[in-house]
Ligand binder design. Structure first.
Ligand code: 5GP
Length: 207
């Protein structure tokens, strides 16, 4: 492999999709290509097949698993998600860098398979802010918000699989920080950021 494999994960509501979109819109990393995952879930409004995901049916997904078509795959409830193996390997072998967007389980699997991959974890500045963003986007009911926050805690507990921490307080700065990592390997090393987490989880003072 000659290109580098970059992996980005984030709790739901951290702003990962906006960060990735802005990263590619700015075109500061010309060697970087985005790996479009495969999924069996239905497209949401404004999602495009081949751009946001390759939307396929379950039989085809299971067939791809059988044929070792994924670098990693996962099943969340009854939906499958997977990173296409041939496309990623052909880009890396051709000297391109590849960015994959996966959940924390997928990130762990990629790290085991490719220890040289560079893993980035994106979070909002506080847990409170994560809750606020999930509530304000009004796409999930309260039960689902609760479930996603519990999932976020579980994911944060696994943070040490990541090399870098990016705090998404302001989108512009978060994108610039990801670019610095991609272009020069400069960023906050996860292992050096343990003092961040007590602040992240601190309950806001009530008046
Ligand atoms: P959504 O359905 O909201 O687009 O994505 C749900 C979750 O699936 C997100 O955390 C996203 O990062 C993750 N995901 C998307 N593609 C893949 C993939 O190819 N592999 C894995 N493991 N997770 C993925």
């Amino acid at each position: 492999m000659t290109g580098s494999l970059y992996v980005i994960s984030a709790p739901s509501g951290a702003g990962k999709t906006s960060t990735i979109r802005a990263l590619f819109d700015r075109r500061m990393c010309p060697r970087l290509e985005y790996s479009v995952s495969y999924t069996t879930r239905k497209p949401r409004p404004r999602e495009e097949d081949g751009r946001d995901y390759n939307f396929i049916d379950q039989n085809l997904f299971l067939d791809m698993i059988e044929k070792d078509g994924f670098l990693e795959w996962t099943k969340v409830f009854d939906r499958y998600y997977g990173t296409g193996r041939d496309w990623v390997l052909s880009r890396l072998n051709g000297g391109k860098d590849v960015l994959v967007d996966v959940d924390v389980v997928g990130a762990g699997a990629l790290r085991e398979r490719y220890p040289e991959a560079i893993l980035i974890f994106l979070v909002p500045p506080t847990f409170e802010e994560l809750a606020r963003r999930l509530i304000n986007r009004r796409t999930e009911d309260p039960e689902e918000v609760h479930r996603r926050l519990a999932q976020a805690s579980w994911e944060i507990d696994r943070r040490m699989i990541f090399n870098y921490l990016v705090i998404n307080d302001c989108l512009e700065e978060a994108v610039a920080e990801v670019e610095r990592i991609l272009l020069g390997g400069k960023g906050r090393r996860m292992a050096d950021e343990e003092e961040f987490w007590p602040k992240f989880f601190r309950k806001p003072k009530s008046n």
